[in-house]
Design a protein around this ligand. Structure first.
Ligand code: GRG
Length: 289
């Protein structure tokens, strides 16, 4: 029987253990080298919020709850890509961070070459899991297209490339458009993919699919501003030459921008009349500063 959830809390506490189960058992099944598997599962298991898979599963729950169990593997694939990006982002050649989520970064725990390979393994495995998902072939092709487009050289990789170029450039301030493009590619695209992959699985039709796509970008933008505000409040990234919404506008204006983005995203959801969107609107609550 398909569950009807009263609120986001009830939904996530039911679905999260199922997602964790898929991540653990599928990783065990897919990676035979136990040392490589340990390096891959280390960052996967160290306290991520699982935002992206939860977004995907929430969309499926709203529009096609009977497909929730077959959406678990694509949702897990999304978390693999996110985890790879964090491992590679922490490397000395990139952001050079020794810690992630309060624990040693992957390369500090396992060594640099091992961390590169753990990231490579996670990224590649994500597409294996998409190909293996218990979904029709046309849906699996669409999911593959969407995830590779979001994670690859037209979005996340390009965003990271631009970020590194900006950090290395000897200029004072990045202008707003460049910062927005970088963050849209680097962070927004994968969050948008979480929502639109959910819509693909649930076979959401026009015009609602377009509204969800729009919501995905708005959510991604709000997420990034919220992340910059959290970093600034905790003293991270403010002394470096890194450009963020806070370094560009100051804390007060960044908070105003965040509020505007949250309102715009909620207005997009309000246009979706075919299904109640409260579960997905709950995600906006997590971003409020
Ligand atoms: C290496 C190609 C490549 C890309 C890396 C995503 C990314 C690009 C870098 C991460 C840098 C960063 C901290 C960006 C800000 C937004 C972001 C992705 C925050 C972390 O996401 P959360 O809050 O993380 O969902 P958890 O820890 O909950 O999984």
């Amino acid at each position: 029987m398909t569950e009807i959830y009263q609120n986001y809390q009830a939904f996530s506490s039911d679905v999260l253990p199922k997602l964790e189960q898929v991540l653990t058992t599928e990783l065990q099944r897919s990676v035979s080298n136990s040392k490589l598997r340990a390096a891959m599962s280390y960052t996967l298991a160290t306290g991520g919020k699982r935002f992206r898979p939860l977004l995907l599963l929430t969309i499926v729950q709203i529009f096609a709850p009977q497909k929730l169990s077959s959406a678990l593997k694509p949702a897990a694939a999304l978390e693999l890509v996110h985890t790879y990006s964090l491992i590679h982002d922490d490397l000395p050649a990139m952001d050079n961070d020794d810690y992630r989520r309060g624990k040693l970064a992957n390369h500090k725990k396992f060594g640099e070459a091992q961390a590169i390979l753990a990231g490579d393994g996670l990224l590649t495995l994500a597409f294996q899991w998409l190909a293996e998902a218990d979904l029709p072939a046309d849906i699996r092709i669409q999911l593959t297209q969407r995830l590779s487009q979001a994670a690859g050289p037209s979005n996340m990789v390009a965003g990271q490339y631009l970020d590194i170029s900006l950090s290395e450039a000897d200029t004072q301030k990045t202008d707003f458009e460049v910062l927005q493009k970088m963050e849209r590619q680097k962070t927004g695209a994968l969050l948008n993919a979480a929502i639109t992959m959910g819509a693909i699985i649930a076979k959401v039709e026009a015009p609602v699919d377009k509204l969800l796509d729009q919501f995905g970008w708005q959510f991604g933008s709000a997420f990034q501003i919220a992340d910059d505000i959290v970093d600034a409040k905790s003293g991270q990234d403010v002394t470096e030459d890194k450009q963020t919404y806070v370094s560009l506008y100051g804390l007060v204006d960044a908070k105003n921008k965040l509020s505007q983005q949250i309102i715009a995203a909620q207005q997009t959801l309000d246009q979706i009349k075919v299904a109640p969107t409260d579960l997905i609107a709950s995600f906006l609550g997590f971003l409020e500063a």
